[in-house]
Every structure is written in C-alpha cells, then in structure tokens.
Design a protein around this ligand. Structure first.
Ligand SMILES: Nc1nc2c(ncn2[C@@H]2O[C@H](COP(=O)(O)OP(=O)(O)OP(=O)(O)O)[C@@H](O)[C@H]2O)c(=O)[nH]1
Ligand SMILES: [Mg+2]
Ligand SMILES: [Zn+2]
Length: 331
C-alpha cells in the first residue's frame, strides 16, 4: 500500500456514486477508483491510499459486472476483496478485436473524450466519425485533438476536414511535445475530472499526457519510418494525474474500432442524412434507386456529400451486423 493525500473528490467521486452506497455497505466497505487494469490485478486508489488488489468479484456475472479503468468499486474494509462495481455514469465499449461475438470494455466514468489523430497520412475522417459515433452513443462530450502540427505546413486543412463532420464539433490542433501548445487542453481536465484519450497507435496520446503533466514518465515511441503506423507502445489502460487535479486516461492505440449497438450515435453524427431521409417517399427507403429518394436527390444536387453518404451506409451496415451477432450470442 502507498499513502497519498488524494481525497475521494479529487479522484472523481460524485453524488451519483455516494447515493448508491447502502448504509450496510458504508459500514463494511469503502470506495476505490480503478486506476489501471493489469493481467490478474488492478491498481486502485481510495481516500489517502493506493494499492493493487484482485479484480475478481465473487459471483460477478456478465462482462459489465467486472471492473474496468475509471470504475468505482466497493471493497471490503478488512479483506480488501472487491464487492461490487458502482453503477457507471458512462461506459466505453467496443467489439472485441478477433472475436465478433464479444465486447471489450475500454473505460468508465469519463467526463470528456479526446479523440486523438495526427496531421499526417494517418489522418482519416472516417476514423474520426467512428470515434465520434462512440462518444455520442455513450453520451460523452468529445474534443478532436489533432497532433503533430509541427510536421505539416497545413494543419488548418486537417482541422477543417474534422470540423466538417459536425458544425459544433470542437477541434484543437497541437504540437504534442510543446507545453505551450497543449496547455489549453487542460481546460477540460480540472479537479476531479476525467479525460479519456482514444485514437490509433502512434498518434501521440501518451506524449500529450506526458507534456500536460510536465513529465516523461510514460513510454512513447517513434512510429516506423515509411508507413506512419505505430507500434502499440502503450499496453495498459491507466489514469494519470495532473498537478491541477484532473485525470488523463491513457489507452493503447486501437487498430480498429468496430461499432455495435451504436444506432443512436450514428444517427447523431449523421444527422444531416437522417433529416433528409425523412423526406424520402418510402419510410424504409434504402437510398439506392427508389423513386422519390430525397437523399439521392440531395447528393445529385450537391447539397450532401457522396463520400459522407458512403461512410454513413458502411457504418450503419457494420453496426447492424455486429449488433445482430451480439444479440445472437446473448440469446
Ligand atoms: N513531431 C511530433 N511528434 C510527436 C507529436 N506527438 C507525438 N509525437 C511522437 O510520435 C511518437 C508516438 O507517440 P506516442 O505518444 O507514443 O503515441 P501513442 O498514441 O501513445 O501510441 P500507442 O501507445 O502505441 O497507442 C513519439 O515518437 C512521439 O514523440 C507531435 O505533436 N509532434
Ligand atoms: Mg501510448
Ligand atoms: Zn431515400
């Protein structure tokens, strides 16, 4: 065990969590926040202390009953055994890579999501849209952070492409290695607030965390020359504390983010198409060659972009297929 001066509020404890603790539990348990998930053990922080404990909850059922990083957990005062995960404010999940019938938890109880991408050949509007769909589905405010502005002459071109996704979308361009450049990102990460960073490997998530903390404690690594793809330097999902009190939740880069059960998120991000589709003659219009298709008409008139239409259909089809697989499994 390690002693700290951290209070529950500094760790992100909120009224919605204390309201869940029964008086019986208050006598026998205390709350801790999951700081990192390792193989076979989790790092947790409570008021004034940090320690490693077992992640196994006796009698825990499906995936969602298990602790993930960012969770609040009640542990037994005497045995330190985890008792239960408190109901989350929100939970980021994705389809497990390699097994289409399974889901994987990414992070819980997040106040703001930084969707990190770099201003180089790795940049992809389709990928940003995917992350944004996830954020909308989960109901978490998202900020797009575009790194490596020092490696391009035209950071504004990248920013404009990101802003075109949604009129209100907040997009920040930074040199992740420059403290002055990243300083404004700290605005989302005040006392007790949790910011999760998601994005492909090598885009500079850990570099941002290091620079914001004024430290180089997290390993970062240069991307392979030539293809611009990363090497998956970070392997553990972990919360890192800023001096001013907030938390940055660093995650390993994702090779692919497959969506499932994200129909609402897709509708929000592609709201322009959803609106237009309401004017199609047939309510089940597939926007292919049906007569009276308002979506096709808008594309032909240049009012809606064809490339965005294609991305929307692709995500919708993928989401349907993945959701059906998950539903089949749970039956
Ligand atoms: N020039 C420049 N290099 C950067 C910037 N941000 C990150 N890098 C470099 O990019 C490389 C990858 O950065 P990381 O922070 O390890 O990337 P990551 O997103 O954490 O990668 P994973 O942990 O694999 O997911 C490192 O060599 C960083 O120094 C930036 O804004 N400008
Ligand atoms: Mg990293
Ligand atoms: Zn139509």
């Amino acid at each position: 065990m390690q002693s700290t001066d951290e209070t529950l509020e500094e760790l992100g404890w909120k009224a919605c969590f204390s309201a869940q603790v029964t008086s019986e539990e208050a006598g026998q348990c205390h709350p801790v926040r999951v700081m990192a998930v390792h193989r076979g053990k989790i790092a947790v922080a409570g008021a004034g202390s940090r320690r490693f404990i077992s992640p196994y909850i006796p009698g825990a059922g499906p995936l969602d009953d298990h602790p993930t990083v960012g969770d609040w957990l009640l542990i037994d005062r005497d045995t330190l055994e985890p008792i239960r995960v408190l109901r989350r404010m929100n939970l980021f999940k994705r389809r497990a890579p390699g097994d289409p019938r399974k889901e994987q938890m990414i992070a819980a109880n997040v106040d703001t999501l930084f969707i990190v991408a770099s201003c180089n050949q790795d940049f992809s509007v389709a990928r940003l849209e995917r992350y944004l769909v996830l954020a909308r589905e989960v109901g978490v405010n998202a900020v797009v952070v575009l790194t490596k502005t020092d490696l391009t002459d035209t950071p504004e071109t990248f920013a404009a492409a990101a802003r075109a996704i949604e009129p209100e979308l907040r997009v920040e361009t930074v040199n992740g290695r420059d403290p002055a450049s990243v300083a404004r990102l700290a605005a989302w990460c005040g006392k007790g607030e949790t910011v999760a960073l998601l994005g492909s490997s090598g885009v500079g998530k850990s570099t941002l965390v290091n620079t914001l903390r004024g430290s180089d404690s997290i390993a970062t690594q240069a991307i392979r020359a030539g293809d611009g793809t990363g090497r998956h330097t970070t392997t553990v999902r972990e919360m890192h504390r800023l001096d001013r009190g907030g938390w940055l939740l660093d995650t390993p880069g994702m090779r692919e983010l497959q969506l499932s059960d994200a129909a609402d998120g897709i509708s929000e991000v592609f709201d322009d198409f959803i609106q237009m589709a309401q004017r199609c003659r047939f309510s089940d219009c597939a926007h292919r060659s049906e007569p009276g298709c308002a979506v096709r008409a808008a594309i032909a008139a240049g009012a809606l972009p064809l490339a965005r239409f294609d991305r929307w259909r692709k995500l919708a089809v993928e989401d349907d297929a993945n959701s059906a697989r998950l539903a089949k499994r749970s039956r």
